[in-house]
Design a protein around this ligand. Sequence first.
Ligand code: ZN
Ligand code: ZN
Length: 275
Amino acid sequence: MIKTNYHMHSNYSDGKADPEDYVKTAIEKGFVSIGFTEHGPTKFKKPWELKPENVGKYFFEIDRLKKLYADKIEIYCGLELDFLPGVESNDFYEHDLDYRIGSIHYFFDDEDIYGVDCNFEEFKKTIFDYFSGDVRKMVGEFYSRIIQMVDKFRPEIIGHFDLIKINNFNMQFFSEDEKWYIDEVMKVLDYISSKGTMLDVNTGGITRGYLTEPYPSAWVLRESARLKIPVTLNSDAHRPEHIDGNFELVTQILKDAGYREKMIMRGGKWESSEL
Ligand SMILES: [Zn+2]
Ligand SMILES: [Zn+2]
């Protein structure tokens, strides 16, 4: 399998090392193509985001590395962008990036955010304060925002498709076997299968110890394989040593789900490559 990773965060957002450290680790581990995806700036100015004043520096640094290591590895510059319904434009979708990951990390009101990608206590606030305890409504809203995001911005990749399960250990809020949950997931898969959007098959939750399955879950991958939805295999690395975290395990999960190929970027274009 050709080693690639298109979901990585350096210290330009909430990662723990310089971009160059990731590049060096990637070369040591035999990667042929990688992409950086810092969290794009939003109006909430959260500590995990790329700071607006560093955007130019980030583009410049990735471009420098691209040229410096051109004979060893292909390096691409992306961003992981939050979708904020009601915010009519997102300049980064117009920007000259190699690709974009579109993600839903939280809900929000006028004042602040209500986390999905957060600790358990904050997640409970999202359910009980934002959704008045209505878990189905929360899940429905999460998946409908993915559809709205794809419809409006057409990100090349959907980040951690079923992130809503992050705090659902022991299935305490919902079961992925319930028909209503399956229906919500299938609505999105059916929609994106007609758009050519790729899924971020993301090992980060396993590597960081929250989950035993990737995003998306194995059963979702079986459905997406059936619908021929293309996938990228990524680690959502926040430190260089996690660059290929659990790739072997999740490659097997992908194969068991029916995938034979993943998407990789070569010469600036997406192409399929054998798993
Ligand atoms: Zn993310
Ligand atoms: Zn990420």
